[in-house]
Design a binder for this molecule. Structure first.
Ligand SMILES: [Zn+2]
Length: 390
């Protein structure tokens, strides 16, 4: 797949469209020059080709801020533009039109290679790549989860200056606030990083100070962070309490109990929660295992587990996360769609360009069937994937 802007208008007809205001069955979408040019009543004339979608659902394309791999590859294993293409293509089969290839804790040479790879992929016009997520190595050892303890590092003022953000796209970094200073966080934000808190045992006050310094998000809420208790609200309490922060959630039926998802949604609303996959190489393949820093990880009933039973990311795609959050919380498709697209777009500062179905925004669309299974994916007006009808 590669981007070539379509100049001939394309009209999507007879679909049910998920807009910010709700599900509409009386709207056609006119796509042109990579954008949503117009929302039209079915009776309004327009130039160009027609695509009759016969009751399919059209949603804003999914934006996933945490994608370790897919299509059989892990970004850490080969941080190259080719790997980025493979991952983006694999996730496009599930409605994802924008993702951040995500490096888990690794040596800083790997981080630098990852930044270069994503920059090169975006410069080459790879569809569906919005930035990079650097998850570690500046994390808390006790809350590292599957991350390799030998590769964790202490963030220093010098490292803050030598870490390089992308030239193209958004650079997200997850840090443990108890191992960083508010000044370091403020400096990272000033240098263009979007800073998220995670893999951390920080107490409520430390997290609050980090938010004042510029942390705007939480990486996989509830997982690998200090819990909410009576006198120690912890990072979970801080994430739920600070209204204007964003939190990723892994809705895969393994990382979170349904009740935890419901509590999170009640506290933060669909404007604060972002569906993420934390996807590993098996997504988009039939693989039942993969290697992670020399450990064999087995996929069992959709969970990725090491020999000790520690979760190692997820075998989750965004379409399934969308269905799971509706089943677990009873939320509407409109709210689930917001958590999959608009909210992550706002977190990344890209909401002026994408994340909703509105005139002028990127023609990035997830087209699902009546069971909310992926049917086709459109990026910048181009159909990059369509389900084989055979
Ligand atoms: Zn993690």
């Amino acid at each position: 797949m590669s981007i070539s802007v379509q100049h001939t208008p394309l009209r999507l007809c007879n679909a049910r469209t998920v807009t910010s205001e709700g599900l509409r069955d009386d709207l056609d979408l006119l796509l042109q020059d990579g954008r949503i040019a117009q929302l039209l009543a079915p009776s309004e004339p327009s130039p160009g080709e027609r695509w009759d979608l016969g009751d399919k659902l059209v949603l804003p394309g999914f934006i996933d801020t945490q994608v370790n791999g897919g299509g059989g590859v892990l970004f850490n294993d080969a941080p190259t533009p080719e790997t980025v293409v493979t991952i983006a293509q694999a996730h496009a089969h599930f409605g994802t039109t924008g993702l951040l290839p995500t490096l888990i804790t690794d040596h800083l040479e790997v981080v630098a290679a990852g930044v270069q790879a994503v920059d090169a992929a975006i410069a080459a016009g790879t569809p569906g790549v919005l930035g990079i997520h650097i998850e570690g190595p500046f994390l808390d050892e006790a809350r590292r989860g599957i991350h390799d303890a030998n590769r964790l590092q202490q963030l220093t003022d010098e490292l803050v200056e030598t870490l390089t953000p992308l030239r193209h796209g958004t650079t997200m970094i997850t840090v443990a606030p108890e191992h960083t200073t508010p000044q370091q966080i403020a400096r990272l934000v000033a240098r263009g990083f979007v800073v998220s808190a995670g893999h951390s045992g920080a107490d409520y006050d430390t997290v609050s100070a980090a938010i004042d310094a510029g942390i705007s998000g939480f990486t996989h809420l509830f997982n690998a962070m200090s819990p909410l208790t009576s006198r120690a609200p912890g990072m979970v309490g801080a994430a739920l309490d600070h209204a204007h922060t964003f939190a990723g959630i892994i809705a895969d039926d393994h990382h979170l109990a349904d009740a935890s998802l419901r509590v999170a949604l009640r506290c933060k609303g669909p404007e604060g929660l972002m569906l993420v996959t934390d996807a590993m190489p098996p997504v988009g393949t039939d693989a039942s295992q993969f290697e992670l820093h020399g450990k064999t990880i087995h996929v069992r009933d959709g969970a990725c587990l090491d020999a000790q039973g520690t979760l190692a990311g997820a075998a989750l795609d965004m379409a399934r996360a969308l269905r799971t959050v509706q089943r677990a919380t009873g939320c509407s498709l409109t709210d689930a769609s917001r958590m999959a697209s608009d909210t992550p777009a706002r977190f990344l500062g890209q909401h002026q360009m994408r994340g909703r179905i509105a005139a002028g925004l990127a023609a990035d669309l997830a087209i699902l069937d009546g069971e909310q299974q992926p049917f086709a994916t459109v990026i910048a007006g181009q159909t990059v994937w369509q389900r084989d009808s055979h």
